[in-house]
Ligand binder design. Structure first.
Ligand code: C5P
Length: 398
């Protein structure tokens, strides 16, 4: 998918710039050509020689290098690529991009371009979480710039949290997703997946047996048909797909907020097993045994029904809203009633009684319920269900 593509790679000044050397190597292995641009700060982390040697191409560093202007002006340089990738994208570089500043070669190229841009942010966790950075990210997203990562984990600065640059293979998957052609190219689809965790106290929570396998398979199938996928997931047992925008949440209320932030979308598929109830009297500190054998009484409050809320949106409702219904008896009757009650377009119903082995298993047997009636699909792998459903979604979106 990347073969023959021309990538302009802007390497900013972050410790993760070393990963960009590996990224260059992997891009070239896939038949892409790479024109590297190294910022002044980037030069503090990787040497110009290693970058140009790995790229097998001229390295661009300075806006005022007149030889370069004679050979290839910065406007032409910014537009000759199929894709511009900024990795690592520092907080400073993204701030410049969000403000439209052009005071060095990298920022000028990014302002002058009409080529799609993918950024891989990398910074200290506090810098990432700062309101200013988050404002800039929101601006960049509104401007149509795609992001990959950052990931959560141990950081070179000794802290832990989101801020690590996405791995080269993740950046490549995001690039491939951007180049994907297929019936869903240009479409944005939101998928929820996995269970939610509802806290009882800081160490205990209420969960369910959803593995996230069906939602994950669906996100992959939609991505492979060319869709841009926002994947909102609770704490799932299976890893999230590459090449999609992953939003990690824990509780139903966090999931609702992430879904609302992820809209608008052409279609939304709600495959998450959302807890219907949360603990209303969750404790801020760990509950202790009282010594007299008296167990604590948990009180419950109803969680927002995300599927119903989105299905019933007055404006900005996705063109197609698909829910899932996990039932243990009278599957079709219950699911048919659920479709009408919630107001979604389709319900994918499945029997999750323990004997079926479906919940947490690799296979699924679903009935797809729509205006047109109920259609029972044979039992097949969750991947196959996902591909068939993704094709149906592509047909419905036209
Ligand atoms: O009502 P029930 O939980 O059976 O409905 C299942 C469908 O509704 C699934 O698509 C699930 O993702 C969605 N749902 C939701 N928010 C809830 C409960 C369920 O989006 N609070």
């Amino acid at each position: 998918m990347l073969s023959g593509k021309h990538i302009l790679l802007v390497i900013g000044g972050g410790i993760s710039a070393f990963k960009s050397l590996d990224l260059i190597r992997r891009l070239r292995e896939r038949g892409a050509s790479v024109t590297p641009v190294l910022t002044r700060a980037g030069e503090q982390f990787v040497t110009p020689l290693s970058v140009s040697a790995l790229a097998g191409a001229k390295l661009y560093r300075d806006l005022f290098d007149l030889t370069d202007e004679a050979e290839m002006g910065h406007i032409q340089l910014s537009r000759s690529a199929d894709l511009i990738v900024v990795a690592p994208a520092t907080a400073d570089l993204m701030a410049k991009m969000a403000q439209g500043r052009a005071d060095d070669l990298a920022s000028t190229l990014l302002l002058a371009t009409d080529t799609p841009v993918l950024v891989a942010p990398a910074m200290n966790v506090r810098m990432w979480q700062h309101a200013a950075t988050q404002r800039n990210i929101a601006t960049l997203r509104d401007d149509g710039i795609r992001l990959v990562g950052p990931n959560e984990g141990d950081m070179a600065c000794g802290e832990f949290g989101p801020g690590r640059m996405a791995e080269p293979l993740e950046i490549i998957a995001a690039m491939e997703a951007g180049f994907a052609s297929g019936p869903l190219a240009g479409r944005h689809i939101l998928v929820t997946s996995g269970p939610t965790h509802e806290p009882i106290d800081p160490v205990r929570y209420i969960a369910n047996r959803s593995s996230g396998a069906q939602g994950t398979a669906l996100a992959i199938a939609l991505r492979d048909l060319g869709a841009r996928v926002t994947f909102v997931t609770g704490p799932a047992a299976v890893p999230p797909p590459l090449g999609v925008q992953v939003v990690n949440v824990e509780t139903a209320r966090e999931m609702l907020a992430a879904v609302e932030a992820g809209l608008p979308a052409d279609a939304a598929v709600f495959a998450a097993a959302v807890a219907d109830w949360r603990v209303a009297n969750a404790s801020g500190s760990k509950l202790k045994k009282d010594g007299a054998g008296k167990a604590p009484a948990l009180e419950f409050a109803e969680n927002p029904d995300i599927l119903a809320k989105v299905s019933q949106m007055k404006s900005g409702r996705p063109g197609l809203v698909v829910g899932f219904a996990a039932e243990t008896d009278d599957v079709v009757a219950h699911a048919t009633a659920k479709r009408l009650r919630k107001g979604c377009d389709w319900i994918v119903a499945n029997d999750v009684s323990p004997a079926t082995g479906i919940m947490g298993g690799a296979e699924n047997a679903v009935t797809v319920i729509s205006d047109a009636g109920a259609e029972a699909w044979p039992r097949m792998g969750k991947d196959a269900v996902a591909r068939r459903l993704a094709e149906r979604i592509a047909q419905a979106l036209g």
